[in-house]
Structure formats: C-alpha cells, structure tokens
Design a binder for this molecule. Sequence first.
Ligand code: GLA
Length: 337
Amino acid sequence: MINKSIFDNYNGQEIYKYTLSDDKLQADVITFGATVTALRVNTGDKWVDVALGFKSVTDQIAKGDYMGAIAGRCANRIEDGKFTLNGVQYQLATNNGTNHLHGGMEGFDKKIYSDSTEEGKLLLRYYSKDGDQGYCGNVDFTVVYSVEDGALNIEYRAVSDKDTLFNVTNHLYFNLNGESDGSILDNMLSINADSYTPDRPNLIPTGELASVAGTPFDFTVFKAIGQDINADDEQLKIAGGFDHNFCLNSNHAATAYSVKTGIVMDVYTDLPGVQFYSGNFLSGNVGKSCYKRNSGFCLETQKYPNAINQPNFPSVVLKAGEKFVSKTSYKFTLRNK
Ligand code: GLA
C-alpha cells in the first residue's frame, strides 16, 4: 500500500511523505533528500520503529547526520575533494575538514525530489546539473523505493550526459531495539566480509585491503556491536569506533538482530562494499528521540570510499550514456526472543 500526505513546508515548497507498507513493515519516505524517516516493524504485539529520524526538514538539515537520506553523487569521502577524469582535474566542494563528504554542501540528501508512483513503488527523481557541487555532467537520478514481504527495497537508477563519478547510498541509522532505545552496543551484527579498508587519520582509506581475522573488525561470526568497540586498536581510535568500509564476500552483506525485540535485519546488495558506522559522531540531537553517540548504526552499501583516487578499488566512473542500476534491500523478520 502507498499513502501520500504532507510532511512539511520548506522554503515555500510542500514536502510530501509517502508511507509504503505491507503487513510486516511500514516505511515513511519524504521528498526532501529521498529520506526514510521511519521504518516500523510488526513484532506481532506492536510496531517498533527501528530507524532514527527527524520530524521536520529544518531539523534534518541542521542536525541530520544524513539520517535516512540519500548520500550522493558520491557517498563517503573523496580526499581533498580532488580527482582527475579523462585528463581534467576537478575540485569538488569540501565539507568535512579538507575532504568532500557525501556529495558536498548540498548533496543528494538536501535536494527536493519530484515524486510519482508506479506499480506500488515510489519513484523519487532529481536532475543534478553539470557543475552541481563541482561534479561534471548532467545526471538524471531516480531512487525507487518499495516495501515487499517485510523488506525495504531500494533501486538506484542514473544516467549522465558526460563521464562522471557516481556512487550513491542510503544513510539509514538503525537501532533494532527501537529508535528511542539510546544504544546499539547490544545489537548483534555479522558482516559477510573477510577484509576491510583501513583508514589514514583523515578517514581516507590507505588503499590496503586488510584481513579482518584476529581484529575487532571480524564480524564474520555474530557479536554485539559493543563487544570490541573500545579495544586497543589504531583503526578504532582513528574513527572513534567503527566507521569503515567492509569488502563484501557476496550479495548477502550483513545480518543484525536485537535480543530485546527479536527483530532481525538482513542486508542484500549488488554493490561491493558496506560502510559500517557505529554512530560515533551522534551528539545528542533531538529528532523523534534524543540521539547520542552510538544510538544508531549504519550499513551504507557502496563502492569503496575515495575510489576515484585509488586505482585498486572498483571504479566509480559512470560513462556518458551508460545506465547505472543498483539494488539494496533491508529485510526484516523475527526470531525467538
Ligand atoms: C559516514 C561517514 C562517517 C560520518 C557519517 C555522517 O558514515 O563515514 O564518518 O561522516 O557518514 O555523520
């Protein structure tokens, strides 16, 4: 089912909220940032909202931490906002120290999308002009959301009229205990990755694919997110917790569950990486609840950060006229508590 209502008015423009639902899951999605503002899971006796989010567009912009929004054109960091493509040097907007993060000052998380529906799916479209945040090429971008059998399905479609970079993600923050619980440290997680990409102190990958074996980054077997988060480990210190790209072994990227609610979340993607971020920068902003450090975690499916400057990483170049299509799903089920 799809239901449309008004979420907010921003700069004189109506921002709509769509609720996509089946008997297992309800997802609220707004036309600002193509942002998922709530994900309510049916646990049998009640609906539990597992997605952190804000109640207004101004709050989302001021305090948002990209919560539930689309990050793009290029998710995560590009070192010093610089890259060279087809022999031309580009300088992108820098909005995270000297780096470019999640598409720049006004990335895809802060755009207003046009909306339509088709066969039970929500299509949100944004036309990003040549030069947007320093990127080249006009990019016609659509994100398609649907809810089916307890899964939030996300499909990204894009086409550019010039060679450009493209690597979008959804930046949902989860707490499978419920978004108001306050801590994800007891959420159980497994990530289907034998290696990850360690960072330099500026959170830009060194380029190495390091084995997770014997490190706090080994999530090949379920463990609580908090189990090793304070271990004496250089990489955890650099990021203040987990904020790293994991190199996926297969399209079943990760599984998380809550012992308290019995909610299980499986993440599927056709992308090669996932940024596991333990909400280290959250600092008490008030949205639907008060979100302190570690009150939500993200599993941002993506191509690896700063790939354009790292020749051994899978390419993020989208060729002129080529159709970009990629799918990620977050599927919710229940286990015995
Ligand atoms: C990503 C980054 C983090 C942080 C968040 C947003 O997960 O890797 O370092 O910037 O987005 O706050």
